[in-house]
Design a protein around this ligand. Structure first.
Ligand code: PRF
Length: 379
């Protein structure tokens, strides 16, 4: 069908924030947006109905690395792609697996050709190349697919960072070439987003952003940040990347972050975010709320019969109390994981929705500066 398009609707006066609409063959996404992470094709502890109706998710993520290992591409192809397999018929984005190979797999070895690794599940040996990763993402069938990249650790030596960036750029060319050679499998268009790398070196980041921009892709991503560098440094390099990316294409900051990281990222011109934090931290009892951060396991909530988040217009967060959710955590009930995940994701989606409204109203920067100290409070 049609390639992804991006329509810019509003820009903030006092920051680089933008509001737009991404159109994919599986529907539209109002930006700025947060994308819940569904690593193995499931946003942990949450059903597709809850994602759609309660959390108001507009796009979810999957991971090439995990889906390739389990259930594997033959099953996904027989199902007719991931949308059919997991029943989420809105837009899906898949990460390329490069990042996951380096964070999860064992005995990794990087060559010009690609990455050799052993599965974290059963130790079996595999090789990812730009070509194989494009083929796997064709079989998964996400609307947005990511280039195969290397994310260098922080800190990295300049020489290593430069060589790694050059390798990522060569891999990118191979990704585009492979994609052009292979047809869409399921009758809708898959859009490849290239990824900027370059570690924390200004000249490398600038060069990488310009190289990525020259590809004229449907959208662009910033990788290699939020890997342990100070927050201020992450913002500085996000800004540098955005300055070198086209205005009229969506920008995706990969793996970010806390609610305040997201609000700062939006101010710098980012449109798309993903992070495991709302689900992973939620399962550990850490709640992000409109009034600040709550550790729901704390004894202080044992008899607090107020809603999980009275300020959040979300059914679950208004209906259940903090005392009840604390009890579920202490009693090791699986409903605790569900409610915490639904709450945190609802909060993240609400937050980006509010950001969008304030960009459209033209007062984003002052709203953001007012709300961040509130969100950071430890309750
Ligand atoms: N590359 C890819 N996925 C990612 C990252 C990256 O650099 C990051 C870095 N924050 C998160 N996810 N492919």
């Amino acid at each position: 069908m049609a390639a992804l398009t991006f329509e810019l609707q509003a820009t903030d006066g006092a920051s680089a924030a933008r509001a737009g609409t991404i159109t994919t063959d599986h529907g539209q996404i109002q930006t700025p947006i947060f994308m819940p992470v569904g690593t193995v094709g499931s946003v942990k502890a949450v059903t597709q109905q809850q994602l759609k109706n309660d959390i108001k998710a507009q796009i979810i993520l999957g991971n090439t690395y995990h889906l390739y290992l389990r259930p594997g591409t033959p099953v996904l192809e027989m199902a007719g792609g991931l949308h059919k397999f997991n029943g989420w018929n809105g837009p899906i984005l898949t990460d390329s697996g490069g990042y996951q190979v380096f964070s999860l797999a064992e005995n990794r070895k990087l060559t010009e050709q690609g990455a050799l690794f052993q599965s974290h599940i059963d130790g079996s040996r595999h090789m990812f190349t730009p070509e194989s990763v494009m083929d796997i993402q064709r079989s998964i069938g996400a609307d947005i697919i990511m280039a195969f990249d290397e994310c260098p650790p922080y800190p990295s030596e300049y020489k290593y960072a430069r060589q790694s960036m050059d390798l990522t750029h060569r891999w990118l060319d191979r990704c585009f070439a492979r994609l052009a050679e292979t047809p869409d499998k399921y009758g809708y268009t898959q859009n490849l987003f290239p990824i900027i790398q370059g570690s924390t070196y200004k000249d490398l980041r600038t060069a990488s952003a310009q190289y990525i921009a020259s590809k004229n892709a449907a959208g662009n991503a910033i990788g290699g940040l939020s890997v342990g560098e100070p927050e201020e440094m992450m913002y500085e390099f996000t800004a540098l990347c955005c300055e070198n990316l086209p205005q009229d294409k969506p920008r995706y900051l990969m793996g970010v972050g806390t609610p305040w990281n997201i609000l700062e990222g939006i101010a710098l011109g980012i449109d798309m975010f993903d992070c495991v934090m709302p689900t992973r931290n939620g399962r550990n009892g850490m709640l992000f709320t409109t009034g600040g951060v709550v550790n729901i396991r704390n004894k202080k909530w044992a008899t607090d019969f107020s809603p999980i988040d009275a300020g959040l217009p979300s059914e679950h967060s208004q209906y259940y109390t903090r005392a009840y959710l604390r009890h579920l955590f202490v009693a090791n009930e699986i409903l605790a994981l569900q409610l915490a995940s639904i709450h945190n994701l609802s909060f993240y989606l609400w937050l980006v929705g509010e950001a969008r409204k304030h960009i459209q109203a033209g007062d984003y920067a002052s709203w953001k500066n007012g709300i961040i100290p509130v969100l950071k409070q430890r309750l």
